[in-house]
Design a protein around this ligand. Structure first.
Ligand code: ADP
Length: 594
């Protein structure tokens, strides 16, 4: 700034003719050069600044443009996201609707509606849910045009099922494979396999459009995730349908079976009862007899004894009248999976008619037996009178024939008594009078009674191991009857020269009594059956007398009446051993048993 002033001063002085000193000249020229240099520098600087500014402005413009691009990009992402969210929401809504519904038809139509809504009806003209049924597909379809045929979905579903992956058709006119479906007005299509939780392909979801390339990769992703949920919903609905069907069937069975069924809790409370059981309860309540109480008692016994089943005859109504109803109740423990509690199911089988018939049969047999016994007694009596020659003398032949007739009449009386006794026992009137008695005594006395008979029949009679037998709680007369019957049978089955042995073995819990013979024996397949009533072996097993087939049944009734068991061990041609047990009961248990 000062330079130009000095320069101006030097110029004025030069013009005024004032000669400049050399120093002043040097300063002058320095100033001239400095001023010029400064001006040039200033010019250069301003030029540089200008350029810098222009570059800066360009940079700012570039940044502004970049930001605007970013903004528009963000806007497009934003709108994409909005679309995605809308789709997601519509997917969620659809899924909620689908999974809320359990009826298969509802689920199928919900799935179809959802597909149409999700992809938009401006794009999609029809949708199908095709379920594979083993041989072919069941197509459930929905279409904007109601007149559209329904078999268009078949090839698309088939391909998706075969490939187990999405099938996308962009233009049916261009793709030879898909030309055939163009006639339905289908230009592009998307078919997604429906894969269930067990990784089994159940069918396919198909959407079609009249537009070219209507489905994007986003649509495929979208439809694939929808298909997973749809498959779960279809699976659930099918399970629900199956369960409902089973429930309906179970209800029908429980309603229509001819037996009553009651399910009881461990505490004896009734959890479930079918109509027949309810009717039995009502009948029982009316008659003041406690079917409920009887069942609760059975439940209690199952638990107390730790057993899994129990059968019992239960009677309700007035005893021994037409109004009495008798049920055979079979109770068994039921374990329900996942439920820690045990339940007890009781089947009530009405045996009233059967019992009434049995009663009539028993009454009839007893009446017939009594009717036969009276004339037989008279006949037998007169035979004896004649045999004793009270009606006049008899010759030898008459004696012999009348003796035979008398023997047969006696045998017949014995059979009739047997029949009457069996009948009584069958009717549940087997009366036992148990008392403490010594088995050794009983076996010895019975043995002695038969020894003479055995000798007469040419048989050897043995008594084994009977010295140390304990006292047993038993009806001695009845057990004696069992022994007699077994010994008689053994003697009948054994030919002269053979032997019959009776004996017993005692353990802590029971005493086992046996009658062994060396007779004809019993074939293995007959051994279980001979205890059945009126059962007789076909072959001629007996050497003496007749069999009615009731003796062993009566023995079984008596032994079982003592809570014992009876069975036979035998080999044909070698002989048989009949065995029966009597439980050893402590005297403390006396009151609760028998
Ligand atoms: P019954 O009252 O007529 O004697 P049972 O019920 O006692 O009839 O016997 C049934 C069948 O078993 C008969 O056919 C008889 O032949 C056969 N049986 C019984 N005991 C023996 C035995 N010890 N050896 C061979 N067979 C026998």
């Amino acid at each position: 700034m000062v330079g130009p002033v000095y320069l101006a001063l030097f110029t004025v002085r030069a013009k005024a003719g004032i000669v400049l000193t050399p120093t002043e000249s040097i300063i002058f020229w320095c100033l001239v050069i400095g001023t010029f240099g400064s001006i040039v520098s200033l010019l250069l600087l301003s030029q540089y600044r200008l350029k810098e500014n222009q570059r800066f402005v360009q940079q700012i413009d570039g940044l502004r443009r970049e930001r605007q691009e970013q903004i528009s990009e963000l806007e497009s992402i934003n709108s994409d996201l909005r679309v995605q969210i809308r789709r997601q929401q519509s997917l969620e809504e659809s899924l909620r609707a689908i999974t809320n519904s359990l009826r298969l038809d509802d689920v199928l139509s919900q799935v179809l509606d959802s597909m149409m809504q999700m992809l938009g009806t401006n794009r999609v003209s029809a949708a199908a849910l095709s379920l594979f049924n083993g041989g072919g597909f069941n197509h459930h379809t929905v279409a904007l045009d109601p007149t559209m045929e329904t078999d268009w979905a078949d090839p698309l579903a088939r391909q998706a099922v075969l490939r187990r992956t999405a099938v996308v058709v962009g233009d049916t006119l261009q793709e030879q494979e898909w030309r055939a479906i163009y006639r339905y007005g289908i230009v592009s299509a998307l078919s997604i396999p429906l894969i269930d939780v067990n990784n089994v392909v159940r069918g396919a979801l198909v959407v079609v459009s009249p537009q070219r390339q209507a489905f994007s990769s986003a649509d495929i992703r979208h439809m694939t995730s929808f298909s997973i949920q749809a498959s779960v919903a279809v699976h659930n609905a099918e399970l629900h349908a199956q369960l409902s069907q089973q429930r309906v069937m179970l209800e029908a069975v429980l309603r229509d079976i001819t037996d009553g069924l009651v399910v009881m809790s461990e505490s004896g409370a009734i959890v479930m009862a079918n109509p027949l059981a309810i009717e039995a309860f009502q009948y029982s309540d009316r008659e003041q007899a406690g079917l409920r109480g009887d069942l609760a008692q059975m439940v209690y016994e199952i638990q107390a004894d730790g057993i899994s089943k129990l059968s019992r005859e239960l009677r309700i109504g007035e005893n021994d009248t037409d109004r009495e109803r008798i049920f055979q109740a079979h109770a068994s423990q039921v374990r329900i999976a996942g439920d820690g509690y045990g339940h007890i199911a009781v089947v009530l089988h009405d045996i009233s008619d059967h019992k009434a018939q049995e009663r009539k049969r028993v009454e009839f047999i007893s009446m017939v037996a009594h009717e036969l016994r009276n004339p037989l007694n008279t006949l037998n009596g007169f035979l004896k009178v004649v045999l004793q020659e009270k009606a006049g003398p008899l010759n030898e032949l008459q004696q012999e024939f009348l003796g035979l007739a008398d023997g047969q009449a006696e045998a017949l009386k014995g059979r009739i008594s047997e029949l009457l006794e069996f009948n009584r026992n069958e009717a549940g009137r087997l009366k036992l009078y148990p008392q403490w008695a010594n088995l050794t005594d009983l076996l010895t006395v019975t043995y002695a009674r038969f020894q003479i008979h055995a000798e007469q029949a040419g048989l050897t009679m043995n008594l084994a191991n009977v010295d140390q037998l304990p006292d047993v709680l038993m009806d001695s007369e009845r057990i004696g009857q069992v022994l007699t019957n077994l010994i008689e049978n053994a003697m009948k089955a054994t030919a002269s020269g053979g032997s019959v042995t009776i004996g017993a073995e005692a353990t802590d819990s029971e005493v086992k009594i046996f009658v062994r013979d060396t007779g004809v024996g019993i074939p293995p397949d007959e051994q279980a059956r001979i205890f059945g009533r009126f059962y007789r072996l076909e072959r001629k097993s007996s050497q003496h007398g007749v069999h009615l087939g009731l003796g062993l049944s009566i023995c079984q009734q008596i032994v079982e009446g003592h809570n014992g068991r009876i069975w036979v061990e035998s080999a044909p041609g070698e002989g048989s051993t009949f065995l029966f047990t009597l439980p050893m009961i402590g005297r403390a248990q006396l009151s609760t048993t028998l």
